[in-house]
Write a protein that binds this ligand. Sequence first.
Ligand SMILES: [Cu+2]
Length: 376
Amino acid sequence: MFIHNLYKKYFVEDKLFRNTLVVLLIVLGVVFVYSDAKSDEADKLPVVTQKLVNPPFLPKHDHVAVGGPKVVKVKMVVDEKLITIDDEGTQFRVFAFNDSVPGPIIVVHEGDYVELTLINPETNNFEHNIDFHASTGALGGGGLTHVLPGEEVILRWKAIKPGVFVYHCAPGGAMVPWHVVKGMNGAVMVLPRDGLKDRQGNSIKYDKAYYIGEQDFYLPKDSNGNYKIFKEPGDGFSETLEVMKTLTPTHVVFNGAVDALTGDNALTAKVGETVLFIHAQSNRDTRPHLIGGHGDYVWPNGSFNDPPRTNLETWFVPGGAAAAAIYTFRQPGTYLYLNHNLIEAFILGAKAEVQVTGKWNNDLMKQIKKPSKIEE
Ligand SMILES: [Cu+2]
């Protein structure tokens, strides 16, 4: 009864009060909607452009964030093209982010925003998109980035999880694995704002960093046992799918081809240098190992919120993930960095070399006697 009286007094009898209230509510509503549309935190932040580089290299970045969060703009163009994937000259039509298999690594700090312009040139044949495992929502951005040939899209996402992560194309259905095993994958590193830390909270610095993208390829063969080259980009889809369904890759490679990171293209370091290795595999499990060295600090599943594991001989990277490992080289020589399924490394191609220069330390290792005839 009391409420009814109040209602009658203010809303029925006092028209001025009622109309004022209605106008006030409309104004508040407009202000709310307007401020909501304009309230993105990222709009107020400084904007920087990150120049992406081809793997195994990383874009220029700070270990410890300088200043507050930023919007980091990056651009990726999708290429559909033939590349040579082994030392026998086998050609395979890949789908590549920025002309590279794997795609380039993006490096930001926790709290930064990645603003990607994804371009699918008119000369391409297929629809593409991108799913960032480091991002949150809409299938990792996959739901908001479908671009047909001749289209581009801009996606911005906040890096709230520090670590190393995979990204890959995911257009839907069987196209998802098909595009991923055609090379459409890469990685993102989200560094903690205050840099990497050991278990005790001490800073870990690195002198250089390499990004190893491991790729499994599934090439159909003709009746003579030779790899088929398909003329048109869409040709061979069903035949390739049959090979994919065996789960037996014909090639497992680093940086897009057998021996892409050996010989003249080997990774390099000096004795005393600390190297960060980021290893990503978008589709299959793998197990990086540095022959002759170790993982001094390893984040096997890539989360920098977890303390690193120490002194590992081999670490596991589940398919669809990236890992980070840090090693300080103590001896010169040629190291092999490989997938320690040794069949995949030595027969299918998943190995790299690290050429390390410097002075040999006899205390750590010494050949006491050269190979010679067994003495009776
Ligand atoms: Cu694609």
